[in-house]
Each structure stands twice: as structure tokens, then as C-alpha cells.
Design a binder for this molecule. Structure first.
Ligand code: FEO
Length: 132
């Protein structure tokens, strides 16, 4: 079963590129979750983890570029949120590839919980500015 399902009601930002990228990001997270909880080989899990994290970094950079372009007042706080998650992901990525951490249910729920908070609280807040 998918870890996270995009719906407009729960995750829609009214910003086209953000919704498109969030849907792709959710798909990559679900793939990772399915591999990790389905007993896939470690190299396959690691490759999907790397792919997901690279996509998250690109997505955050895209949002930040658009926020800067519009002079969005909430940029600094939003960017700090992004950097906090990237820090967590980078640590997990390093530990996973060193054989010191696993991707499991707990990790999946942690990332889902972060998205459940971040998209409604931070991403939806930039809609008016980015659509102006
Ligand atoms: Fe869509 Fe601010 O992350």
C-alpha cells in the first residue's frame, strides 16, 4: 500500500509546478517505501534513496528560486525548513551507505509526517505570492 497519496484537498498548493513536483516526489517516496518494506536488495533501496534525495534537493531549489523571484516575505523561514530536512536526509543517506542505518517504516513515517506538515503550512502559504 502506498505510504502517501497526493490529493488536492490535502496537498494542493494552487501552484502548478509545485503540485506537479510534489506528485513526482510522492511517487519516488512510495517506490522507496515499497522497496524497503518489501525486502528488496540493499543496492536497489540505496539507488532509490539517492534518486529521491536528489529530487527533493532540486524541488526545494526550484521553490526557493521562485520565492526569490517574487520577493516572497516568508523565504528565509521556508528555506530554513528545507535545509533542516536536507540535513536529516544527508545524514540518513551517509549512514545507509555506510551500513549503519536502514530505511524502514519509521523512516517512511518520518518523511511523510514532515510533508504532511510542510506542504500545508509552508508551501500553501506562498501561493498568492508565486501566482502574482
Ligand atoms: Fe514543496 Fe517547500 O517544499
Amino acid at each position: 500500500m502506498a505510504l502517501i497519496t497526493w490529493t488536492a484537498a490535502q496537498y494542493g498548493t494552487n501552484v502548478g509546478f509545485a503540485d506537479d513536483e510534489h506528485k513526482i516526489l510522492f511517487g519516488k517516496l512510495n517506490n522507496l517505501y515499497d522497496l524497503a518494506t518489501g525486502g528488496a536488495a540493499r543496492p536497489a533501496i540505496g539507488a532509490q534513496l539517492d534518486d529521491l534525495i536528489a529530487y527533493v534537493v532540486d524541488h526545494f531549489a526550484h521553490e526557493e528560486k521562485e520565492m526569490i523571484a517574487k520577493g516572497y516575505a516568508g523565504y528565509d523561514v521556508h528555506k530554513a525548513e528545507h535545509e533542516a530536512l536536507i540535513g536529516i536526509c544527508a545524514g540518513l543517506q551517509t549512514k545507509f551507505h555506510a551500513g549503519e542505518a536502514e530505511i524502514n517504516e519509521e523512516v517512511g513515517q518520518l518523511v511523510k509526517g514532515w510533508l504532511d506538515n510542510h506542504i500545508p503550512k509552508f508551501d500553501m502559504a506562498y501561493a498568492d505570492a508565486l501566482n502574482s
